[in-house]
Design a protein around this ligand. Structure first.
Ligand code: ASP
Length: 645
């Protein structure tokens, strides 16, 4: 058979492992990162003028003649100089004898952060002068020649991780910020995880890495897209919010298993965990079901996970959307700690407390609570006040704090109205201990849960600022959330429906009939992957039947099907059943590195307001450059001026 043989030949050739003879030399963090992820050290000094990296030299190199290139990290008393490159630091002795006066001049006069090349011999440090904190601390370089490759002017900030700088300054001089150890670590770890993901997907599981266009057209029913003008009057491209349509079309095209490290664009403004442009590990497979995708992703993360972190344990636990909302008040629960939401409606059926009575008299009324462990010890009166204010301002809900003091006497304004039997039942259901505080609210299920879900996280933050360790920083708690509703009421008009994931998501097989009777109740085959309370991925099994897709788009979502006629047509031409997922790479790396923001794991991120502070982007364009696009800018001030005329 012709086809399989060329295909298997291609794969055999591509996946043959590269054998290296270089002995790994451990020490610097970057090296251990490499060791942990690749189990072999690449050749760092091939094709370049240096013989070694600064960070790699050890006692085993004693007596070797080396050439190093790097940045001057600091200089001490014109006798020592510490040279830095991506691999680490090394101490260089500045020669003091007359014959080496020119070398001394170069090394003593070059400002810090200048780039120099030095050649010399690796010698051991005098006894007692070793630096055990430095991986290269047993040796130093006795310099023979030096060359100043480029002098550095006065810097806007010191290149030292411990020197605090504002984020705006870091972003303005990003190329300097990238010299920091932390940024180097983050970007290299990112590169290595992506490499391992490629290896897992392509070499171990036969995926094909395919690039899809970034100039495309609007996809209905999703995030806001960026527009790109074209030279045809009034016609625009859109930057895709994801390669969703293309990856499905690749399945129709028989590619079978696709993946891409895909750049995506959403015009939604930045937040700590969002960027207008971001990267997804985008995946699609034919003939797969939900469990197949879940196992693939569990294997992918396990395989690409850095070895210096606790290993990923699979399979990940699964929770339904309904359970997540009822227990954690959110579809992305942080399962590293308890403080779960408990329904205590039955305890208060005969209550005399007004707002509880009110809520329970309504058809969908409930009473819910969370227990803050040792809250009485750690929460201050003003914390409780701000919790109550938050509930009132954002949810129009009342919060009742119930304190238990050390001898279990009720210490709360409502104490008088809680009967002894209710008190005991509450303690039993909530498993409260002395010093705990119960936060209680009443109202419609979703609203009460959402509020308590927010308060759960707020209180966890508060307790942690007061020294309680609730969330182990070394713990990675993965969770699948499944059985989402297919549709949600639109925020701006709750009588209309919008897709909970996207309009290509297939309904749950047992709920298809509901599409024609009660679509709001239909569950979907959509799954999200959550890590430590952050959504790091989402996907679905897709609709591969054109008729069903058309019905959902046109009848239920009231979308213009003409915009998707190409996709609908493709589904009619023998589309295989298929499904996929996308992992948010920036968010994932941010969590793995423990960075405060996704901007810390992106080389050139946009600022909080979507600007590139280094190049001042977005920028204005002269009117003549806009002419070919048939665009004229009317600035807000212009139109005011026009109105004034
Ligand atoms: N394209 C989807 C997203 O970006 C992911 C998927 O359904 O595969 O959320």
């Amino acid at each position: 058979m012709y086809f399989p043989s060329w295909l298997s030949q291609l794969y055999r050739g591509l996946s043959r492992p590269i054998r290296r003879t270089t002995q790994p030399i451990w020490g610097s963090l970057y090296r251990s990162l490499l060791q942990s992820s690749q189990r072999r050290i690449p050749e760092f000094s091939s094709f370049v003028v240096r013989t070694n990296t600064c960070g790699e030299l050890r006692s085993s190199h004693l007596g070797q003649e080396v050439t190093l290139c790097g940045w001057i990290q600091y200089r001490r008393q014109n006798t020592f100089l510490v040279l830095r490159d991506f691999d680490g630091l090394v101490q260089v002795i500045i020669p003091q004898d007359e014959s080496a006066a020119s070398v001394k001049k170069i090394l003593c006069e070059a400002p810090v952060e200048s780039v120099v090349q030095v050649s010399g011999t690796v010698i051991s440090r005098p006894a007692g002068q070793e630096n055990p904190k430095m991986p290269t601390g047993e040796i130093e370089i006795k310099v023979k020649t030096a060359e100043l490759l480029n002098a550095c002017k006065k810097l806007p900030f010191e290149i030292k991780d411990f020197v605090k700088k504002t984020e705006a300054l870091r972003l303005q001089y990003r190329y300097l910020d990238l010299r920091s150890f932390q940024m180097q670590y983050n970007l290299r770890l990112r590169s290595q995880m992506v490499m391992k993901m490629r290896e897992y997907l392509c070499n171990l599981h036969g995926f094909v890495d395919i690039e899809t266009p970034t100039l495309f057209k609007r996809t209905p029913g999703g995030a806001k897209e960026f527009l790109v003008p074209s030279r045809e009057p009034g016609k625009f491209y859109s930057l895709p919010q994801s390669p969703q349509q293309f990856k499905q079309l690749l399945m129709v095209g028989g590619l079978d298993r696709y993946f891409q490290v895909a750049r995506c664009y959403r015009d939604e403004g930045s937040r700590p965990d969002r960027q207008p442009e971001f990267t997804q590990i985008d995946i699609e497979m034919s003939f797969v079901d939900q469990t197949g995708i879940q196992s693939l992703i569990e294997g992918l993360l396990q395989y690409s996970w850095p070895n210096d972190k606790d290993p990923v344990v699979v399979p990940f636990p699964t929770m339904t959307f309904a359970e997540a909302l009822a227990t954690y008040g959110t579809d992305k629960p942080d399962t590293r700690f308890g403080m779960k939401i408990i329904d205590i409606s039955d305890v208060f059926r005969n209550t005399e407390i007004g707002f509880l009575q009110d809520a329970l008299s309504k058809p969908h009324g409930t009473v819910k609570a969370i227990c803050i462990p040792e809250g009485a010890k750690y929460l201050k009166r003003k914390d409780i006040e701000s919790i109550r204010k938050f509930a009132a301002d954002h949810f129009n809900q009342e919060i009742l704090p119930v304190f238990l003091n050390a001898n279990r006497n009720w210490n709360s304004p409502v104490a008088n109205f809680i009967m002894e039997s209710q008190r005991l039942e509450l303690i039993r259901l909530m498993e409260t201990q002395e010093e705990d505080v119960v936060l209680l609210t009443a109202g419609e299920h979703n609203k009460a849960c959402s509020l308590l879900g927010k308060l759960r996280l707020e209180c966890a933050d508060l307790l942690e600022t007061r020294g309680v360790v609730l969330r182990d920083p070394t713990l990675f708690s993965f969770l699948w959330v499944v059985d989402f509703p297919l549709f949600l009421p639109k925020e701006e008009n709750p009588r209309e429906l919008e897709s909970a994931h996207h309009p290509f998501t297939a309904p749950h097989p047992s709920d298809i009939h509901l599409l024609y009777t009660e679509p709001k109740k239909a569950r979907s085959q959509h799954y999200d992957l959550v890590l430590n309370g952050n959504e790091i991925g989402g996907g679905s099994i897709r609709i591969h039947n054109a008729e069903l897709q058309r019905y959902i788009l046109a009848t239920l979502l009231k979308e213009d099907v003409k915009m998707l006629s190409h996709l609908l047509q493709a589904l009619d031409y023998g589309a295989p059943p298929h499904g996929g997922i996308a992992l948010g790479l920036d968010r994932l790396i941010c969590l793995v590195t423990g960075s405060p923001s996704i901007r810390d794991v992106i080389a050139f991120p946009k600022s909080f307001r979507g600007h590139d502070l280094m190049s001042n982007t977005p920028d204005s364009v002269p009117p003549e450059e806009l002419k070919p696009y048939h665009i004229r800018v009317s600035k807000p001030t212009d139109s005011k001026a026009e109105r004034a005329h």
